[in-house]
Design a protein around this ligand. Structure first.
Ligand SMILES: N[C@@H](CCC(=O)N[C@@H](CS)C(=O)NCC(=O)O)C(=O)O
Length: 209
C-alpha cells in the first residue's frame, strides 16, 4: 500500500487530494514539523521536507513526481489529458510553474532567514519574494479566467496544487482572496467531496486555518 508522508495544508495536500479523489488505497502519515530534520525523517526525505511517498518499488520525493506516478498507475485518464496532447502540455506547464516558480517565491517570503542573515536583508528578500509570488498568482488567476478548472472540464493534477498555493496566498499582500478567479476556484474546489474530506482530515480551511 502507498504511504504518503504529509504536512497539514502544505504541498503534500495536493497528493493527498489526488489519492483520495482516485480512490487509491493509501496510508497517510502526518510528519511532526519539529521532526522534519530528525535523522529518522532525513532517511525518508534527505531535504527534511514533505511530501515523501513510499511505494512498493521504493521511496520518492517531489510532489509533481508523485502526482504523475499516481496518475500513471491509478488515474486511467481521470485526472490528466492524454500523453502528447496540447492540454497535457499545458497541465505540465502549470505543474512545473507552480513547483518551480510559485512555490519557491512563497518559501522565500515565508522563511527568508534560511537564505540571508541580517534583518534588513530578510526584510528586503521578503518584499521581493512577495512581489514575485503576486506575479505568479496573477498568472494563475489569468489561467482561470472564465473556467472552472485549470484544464478541460474536470479536476486534473494541476488543480489541487493550485488550491494549496491559493490557501498559502491568504497570508500575503495582496491576499489570494482578492483575485476573483482564484477565490471563486478555491471555493469551488473546497466543495469537491475528496477535497472536502482531505481538508477536514488535515484540519485546514479557506479561512486561513
Ligand atoms: N519541491 C518539493 C518541495 C517540498 C517542500 O517545500 N515542502 C514543504 C511543505 S510545502 C516543507 O516540507 N516545508 C517544511 C520545511 O521546509 O521546513 C516538493 O514539491 O515536494
Amino acid at each position: 500500500m502507498l504511504k504518503l508522508y504529509g504536512l497539514a495544508g502544505a504541498c503534500p495536500m495536493a497528493v493527498h487530494i489526488i489519492l483520495e479523489h482516485l480512490g487509491v488505497d493509501y496510508e497517510m502519515v502526518m510528519v511532526d514539523r519539529d521532526l522534519l530534520m530528525s535523522p529518522e525523517h532525513l532517511a525518508i526525505n534527505p531535504m527534511g521536507q514533505a511530501p515523501s511517498l513510499e511505494t512498493e518499488d521504493g521511496l520518492i520525493t517531489e510532489s509533481v513526481a508523485m502526482l504523475l506516478h499516481i496518475d500513471e498507475k491509478f488515474g486511467a485518464g481521470r485526472v490528466s489529458p492524454p500523453a502528447g496532447s496540447w492540454e497535457r502540455a499545458r497541465m505540465m506547464m502549470m505543474l512545473m510553474f507552480m513547483a518551480s516558480q510559485e512555490h519557491p517565491a512563497f518559501s522565500l517570503w515565508l522563511r527568508p532567514s534560511r537564505w540571508v542573515n541580517s534583518e534588513a536583508a530578510q526584510d528586503e528578500l521578503r518584499k521581493s519574494a512577495q512581489a514575485r509570488f503576486a506575479v505568479c498568482l496573477e498568472r494563475l488567476d489569468g489561467w482561470l479566467e472564465g473556467r472552472d478548472w485549470l484544464i478541460g472540464d474536470s479536476m486534473t493534477l494541476a488543480d489541487p496544487l493550485a488550491l494549496v498555493h491559493i490557501r498559502w496566498g491568504l497570508r500575503v499582500t495582496p491576499p489570494s482572496s482578492e483575485y476573483p478567479n482564484l477565490w471563486r476556484f478555491a471555493q469551488r474546489m473546497a466543495e469537491v467531496p475528496a477535497v472536502k474530506k482531505v481538508m477536514a482530515d488535515e484540519g485546514v480551511g479557506l479561512d486561513g486555518s
